[in-house]
Design a protein around this ligand. Structure first.
Ligand SMILES: Cc1cc2nc3c(=O)[nH]c(=O)nc-3n(C[C@H](O)[C@H](O)[C@H](O)COP(=O)(O)O)c2cc1C
Length: 192
């Protein structure tokens, strides 16, 4: 059985929906278990979730984009991983990432790049989204997967006056599921 952890922060529930969709995608693949871990549950270093991260085949990182960057709570988690970095405990683990924000753009790319950098500092192997961009032609629509045209990871956009019951939209949730599915499929190819 392969193990995938989805570590995420969500201030108001929108990115939590995206994280749940990523986990659904992981569970589409046979013989892959998925654990969803809100970063708040990692604040105490004795939390059992750290051991789950250490033994996972892949870790998928996700957070909202706040002020053009990773949210503060997620950044706290990033810095808390430095002890793992000292021992290169996560080297050769698979990694991927996602982010959600209010604007179509909103500087989400900067957040994904920070997640790539986090994974790279740990010697992890980054898995891209691998979906052609949607919504970029006369026959495309906002209902396309990858409607925001990302490559590094999954992006979602939640209207700022919409609750997490309706945002992000289904196209972004399916994009998130496809990322989770891809990471799960990669665990079967990457680890013995
Ligand atoms: C402090 C703060 C900063 C934000 N900065 C951005 C931003 O830089 N770009 C953007 O598009 N949206 C920004 N937003 C909007 C959030 O990204 C958006 O509401 C998102 O859906 C929140 O996700 P959450 O419910 O998981 O916290 C910001 C929201 C907050 C509270």
């Amino acid at each position: 059985m392969k193990e995938v952890c989805v570590v995420y922060h969500s201030g108001y529930g929108h990115t939590a929906r995206q994280a749940a969709a990523v986990a659904e995608g992981v569970r589409r693949v046979a013989d892959v278990n998925c654990t969803e871990i809100p970063v708040g549950e990692l604040e105490h270093m004795e939390s059992g979730h750290w051991a789950e991260l250490d033994s996972a085949d892949a870790i998928i990182f996700g957070c909202p984009t706040y002020m053009g960057a990773v949210s503060m709570d997620f950044k706290r988690f990033m810095e808390a991983t430095s002890g793992r970095w000292m021992e290169m405990k996560w080297h050769d683990k698979l990694a991927a990432g996602f982010t959600n924000s209010g604007s179509q753009n909103g500087d989400k790319q900067n957040t994904l790049q920070s997640l790539v950098s986090l994974a790279s500092q740990h010697g992890m192997v980054w898995i891209s989204l691998n979906l052609m961009p949607g919504n970029n032609s006369t026959t495309g629509s906002v209902d396309d997967v990858n409607r925001l045209g990302s490559y590094l990871g999954a992006m979602a956009q939640s209207n700022v006056d919409a609750g997490p019951d309706v945002a992000p939209p289904e196209a972004d949730l399916e994009t998130a599921r496809l990322l989770g599915q891809r990471v799960a499929e990669c665990t079967h190819r990457w680890t013995a």
